[in-house]
Structures are given as C-alpha cells and as structure tokens.
Design a binder for this molecule. Structure first.
Ligand SMILES: [Mn+2]
Length: 483
C-alpha cells in the first residue's frame, strides 16, 4: 500500500484513486478486544506490586447530561486497561498473593431483566467468570463483607483487606463510591485493621500504559488509519462558503462509518480567524475564499485515541503568506519526527521543533533576535503558543510524567506513542505584525510510534506536503469554482 501511495501521489488522479481505494467495500471488520491481552496486563500489574499488596479498581460513574439524559457511558481508561470491561458499576479486586487462589475478583450489579429492557443486557455475577476471565464474581452488595468481616467463631476479622499492608486504589473518579469506601476504610483503620497504606494505583498503571503492547497498537493503528482517511474527506469537503460543520461532518462521519463510536475529543474545525483559537469547538462559521481551514480531529476506536491536525487553504491554493507559515510548521514537524528513536530524550522533540519554528519566524521578520536565544527565553511562544508533543493512548493525552524526579526528560523507548504538533498562530491585531499575516493559524499534528530503531508515523497517510494538500482540497467534488 505504501509503494502504491508514493507512486500515484503526484497526480490529481492519484488522489482520487487513493480516495476510491480507501473507500473499498466491505469495510475492514471491526477489531475485537483480545481477553488474553487484559489477562496478561493484570498479571504484569500484580507482579509490579510489592509483597502483601491488594488492588481495588473501580469503573467510571455514569454522568448526567440533562435532566433524565445521561452522557453516553465511557469507561475509565485505567479500569478498562486492566479489565477490558466496558460496563458501569463494577469493582475489580486484584490479589497477587490470594490465599484461596482467587486473584481476580469482580463485584457486579446482579441481572435485572426489567432494567435490562431499558438499558440493555449486562453481565451479572453469574456470567462474569466466563465473560471477563475472573477467578470469582459476586454481587456488589457483598463487596463490604468480602473486604472485611468479623468472624464470630474466631473473634477475628477476615476478608480480602485483612492481611495486605498496602492498598492500591484506582477509583475511576467515582466520587460517590469513593466516599462510601473511604468511610468503611477509616472505620476499619480505627480498629487498626486493614492495610495501613493507601497508594494511588494510577501511577503504576500509567507507567504500563506508556509502553504500548501489541493489543494497544492494533487499536491505535486503526484509530489513526480511519482518521487519516477522514482528513482526506474533510479536505475534499472544504470550499468557499462551506460551513465549518459541513467539514466536521465529512471527517467525523467517515470515522463513525468505519466503526469509531466516538471522536477522541471534540473536533476542532476552524476557518479564517478561528484557525487561531486552539480549542475552537463551535464549528458554526462559514469559510471564506482565501482563508485557511484548521482541522484537529481524531477518532476514538475501541477506546483508543488518535490526534491529528491538518491545515489547508479553503480554495485549494495557499496564499504566499499562508504558504510561508505552513512551510515553517511542516519543516519543524519533519525535523522533529526525524530525530525520533529509542534513547532520545522526549524534550528533544520540543527543542528541535521550537528552534526550527523560531528560525523560520525570524527569517520572515515575524520574530526578532537569535532563534536559539528566543527559544531559551520562550520568546517563540508568542506565536507558537503551545508545546509540541504529548503521549497518546487510551487517553488522547495519556497521563505519564514527561520528566523524572531529577527533572530530566524521559528517554524514548520502543512502544511509546505521542504527537508531534508544531503550530504558528497570528490572530488579527497581533501587535507589531503586518495585517497581511493576520488570521493565519497553522498546526500540523501526527501521532507517532517509537519503533526498535526509529519511528512509525501512524497518521501520516493524511496529506501534509503543500502540493499534496492543495491537490487533495482541489479534488473535492463539491468544490465551488473560485477566482
Ligand atoms: Mn494534540
């Protein structure tokens, strides 16, 4: 596929052929999560815990949107990573040295057929062992007594929390559950029972999530692949007088039609002045001839995010000023991408992109001074605003420290996935900047995997080079002839 792409890239026909090829029917079958991958992660997680530890993981709560309408349910990523369970109101317990051998125990809501008639079929305690690979499963109401119970025969406390000295907790941000749990825990501690130390388990889980396994990568690749195809659709949908929401629909719709159940974050579709608003989410403006369009959108596929931005001319041709800025951003991204390999400190990506952008902006007279000095004093941020790289995974911004306790940047390892996303933004009325540069906002963003000896850009199938971008926009069938 890659050779084919390069071969036909040079013509408009090529772009059309590519579009036709990626719209082939039938669609690739939806990916199914592999239960063995979750079992392997649980095993690895338990092996990381110190002796005499126990972990309790809680699902995400249902969140209310309006009156009696809830937001579509979205599982907590740390809970999902270790369990593969997508439903709400579940508590998982991991017991590395369980005396009874029941290392993975689930607590779930019992089946309720009347409720299921509204809300859909659930896995109850009776099915959970087979469905989720648990060693044992119980109703939620049994959670408290299973954790700790006074034994009337021995006059001693017994239960999962009696014995372990460290409790690793990931509460799924379910504050109601946490409040209740904490009340019981404090009561237990007032009798000097239960683990004395509570540790936030998320730090450990985030470290695991930083290095992607084969299961992570299957989904991350698919998310990036369909989103990159969606970006081609969006480029073809843009034209003078088109509304931003029409372009958004072209991309988001493509992702949904290819199995994405959500976008990874609210799509950013901005035209003209809106290209300079980093998190513009309204999509309600009409694009005008001669403007730029900035599209920062990525699908969530099977819980996994991708993060991609493309910027293109609404009428299919960059103006000289737009092109000058675009080429600085593209050069910065390419330079930063070229250094990615194991052993490189992560902040080298930021430094490389920042220097390239500062050099370009000084050359154009938009910044003054020595580029390296500018970068040191963060002077370039006047027009570049943000950093250029964050981890990507189940979260669009996967949470893991970028620096060690010593303040030093984390060094790249195979399996890390992150964005490279330089940008330059010149809103109207920027002091000291000639109006010909106003309303030019450019960001180019891709999601990149560190491989054994370099990198693999997961989303670079979306056109980036000036000629490819212009050709793709021009190939849009609905384009209104301009000029
Ligand atoms: Mn990003």
């Amino acid at each position: 596929m890659r050779k084919f792409e390069i071969g036909v890239r040079r013509s408009i026909l090529g772009v059309l052929l590519l579009a036709a090829a990626s719209a082939a029917f039938p669609l690739d079958a939806p990916l199914k999560p592999d239960p063995a991958a979750f079992a392997a992660r649980r095993q690895k997680f338990m092996a990381m815990l110190p002796p005499k530890s126990i972990a309790i993981l809680r699902s995400a709560p249902v969140r209310v949107m309006t009156n009696d309408v809830d937001y579509p349910y979205r599982q907590d990523n740390d809970f999902y990573y270790l369990t593969g369970i997508a439903e709400d109101d579940v508590t998982a317990v991991l017991r590395p040295d369980a005396p009874d051998g029941k290392k993975y125990v689930l607590f779930l809501r019992p089946r309720d057929l009347r409720r299921e008639a509204w809300a859909g079929v659930r896995v109850g305690p009776d099915e959970a062992v087979a469905a989720y690979g648990a060693d044992a499963a119980f109703a939620l109401k049994d959670f408290e007594t299973k954790m700790a119970e006074f034994d009337r025969n021995t006059y001693k406390m017994s239960g999962y929390l009696i014995g372990p000295e460290k409790l690793y907790l990931s509460d799924g941000h379910d504050t109601a559950w946490t409040t209740e749990f904490d009340k019981n825990y404090q009561q237990m501690r007032s009798h000097d029972e239960g683990p004395a130390a509570v540790v936030d388990a998320r730090g450990l889980i985030h470290e695991m999530r930083l290095i992607k396994d084969a299961e992570d990568l299957r989904f991350l690749r698919r998310a990036a692949e369909i989103s990159a195809q969606g970006h081609v659709r969006a480029m073809q949908a843009v034209a003078p007088e088109k509304w931003e929401f029409e372009v958004q629909a072209a991309l988001d719709g493509w992702c949904y039609a290819n199995g994405a159940r959500r976008m990874a974050y609210p799509s950013i579709d901005g035209s003209g002045p809106n290209t300079c608003i980093l998190h513009y989410e309204d999509s309600t403006r009409q694009a005008k001839d001669g403007e730029l369009f900035l599209n920062d959108s990525g699908a969530e596929y099977g819980m996994y995010a991708t993060d991609i931005t493309r910027t293109y001319p609404v009428n299919g041709r960059f103006s000289p000023e737009q092109k000058a800025i675009y080429e600085i951003v593209l050069e910065a991204q390419k330079k930063a991408m070229a250094i990615v390999k194991p052993g490189i400190p992560h902040d080298e990506i930021e430094k490389t992109a920042a220097l390239a952008q500062a050099e370009g902006l000084v050359k154009l007279g938009l910044l003054q001074g020595d580029p390296a000095t500018l970068v040191k004093g963060m002077g370039h941020r006047k027009l570049t605003l943000h950093g250029v790289s964050h981890w990507v995974g189940l979260d669009v911004h996967d949470q893991c420290p970028y620096r060690g306790a010593d303040g030093k940047s984390r060094v790249l390892e195979p399996g890390m996935v992150f964005t490279i996303e330089p940008g330059i933004y010149i809103p109207a009325n920027t002091p000291g900047v000639d109006p010909k540069w106003w309303n030019i906002g450019v960001r180019i963003e891709d999601t990149v995997l560190v491989t054994k000896d370099g990198s693999d850009c997961l989303s670079c199938a979306a056109p980036r080079d000036v000629a490819d971008v212009e050709k793709t926009v021009q190939s849009g069938k609905n384009r209104i002839a301009a000029q």
